[in-house]
Design a protein around this ligand. Structure first.
Ligand SMILES: [Mn+2]
Length: 272
């Protein structure tokens, strides 16, 4: 049995299936971890989700910001009109509801304590302990799965609070946590969120902000965190992090990594 993690597919179904062929993915024996942003931008979001849905327990998906936008669009819980989405294909399909209700049940964070890998779309806040990560991600998952999903999503929109404090209200904590897990890239020196910058760290003009993973987190250092979300960062690996959004929707590459013992990986890529 092999476990493969795949970066942001964003509706690029043809490329996704090419990548599965490249890695010899066998749905009977292997597992697929999806780093989120399954939908939007590319032409076949519906087919991407349907395929992953059919893998059932052989796939683990963590939600990305675009997956949240799809849920929000379906439930009309999004205050911002996203002119550039192609969600109508899913929303208007006879199987649309099935897809949305499957999406609602997916994870925010997936941790494999034995292998030592954490899968999350954007990242983990440097000040959090393992307990915080588990508690906050479970809270978000439970809210999405529950009857009040629409109401919950409506509370999420916004960039504030920017700074994590133990005494934030429950609602503020979940806004902050959703932003960290699905949208974060840069932090200010005081560990507050900075949403102004999306570029590659080598190209930014503001020298006072830092990629979130530049800040040490003693609590997660025995894990390797796998993220998508940051296509301008592209493939990047250090002792505790692997970034695998390589911009398939922008015509670059789609990446899979095979998870091996001792937090080692083997990398596969196809051209998009
Ligand atoms: Mn994203």
């Amino acid at each position: 049995m092999s476990i493969f993690a795949v970066g942001d597919i964003q509706g690029c179904y043809k490329e996704f299936r090419n990548l599965l062929r490249e890695i010899n993915f066998n749905k009977k024996n292997d597992m697929l971890w999806l780093a989120g942003d399954l939908v939007n931008r590319g032409p076949n979001s519906f087919d991407v989700i349907k395929y992953i849905m059919d893998l059932d327990s052989k796939a683990v998906t963590v939600l990305g910001n675009h997956d949240f936008y799809l849920l929000a669009s379906y439930f009309k819980a999004d205050p911002w009109p996203h002119k550039n989405n192609n969600f109508q294909e899913i929303i208007n399909d006879p199987h649309g509801k099935e897809i949305i209700y499957w999406l609602k049940k997916q994870k925010i964070v997936h941790m494999d304590h034995d292998l030592g890998f954490i899968l999350v779309h954007a990242g983990i806040h440097p000040s959090w302990e393992i307990n915080d990560i588990e508690f906050l991600s479970r809270k978000i998952e439970n809210n999405l799965q529950g009857e009040n999903c629409k109401k919950f999503i409506e509370t999420l929109w916004g960039n504030n609070p920017k700074k994590w404090k133990k005494n934030l209200s429950d609602k503020e904590k979940l806004i902050f946590a959703t932003n960290v897990f699905t949208r974060m890239r840069y932090l200010n020196n005081d560990l507050s969120l900075n949403f102004n910058e999306k570029s590659n760290p080598n190209e930014i003009k503001n020298k006072n902000i830092y990629p979130w993973f530049n800040f040490e987190n003693k609590n997660t250092e025995k894990y390797k965190t796998i993220i998508g979300h940051w296509s301008s960062l592209g493939y990047f690996e250090n002792k505790n992090l692997i970034s695998i959004d390589t911009g398939c929707a922008w015509g670059r590459e789609l990446t899979a990594i095979e998870l091996l013992q001792d937090k080692k990986i083997k990398k596969y890529q196809i051209k998009c």
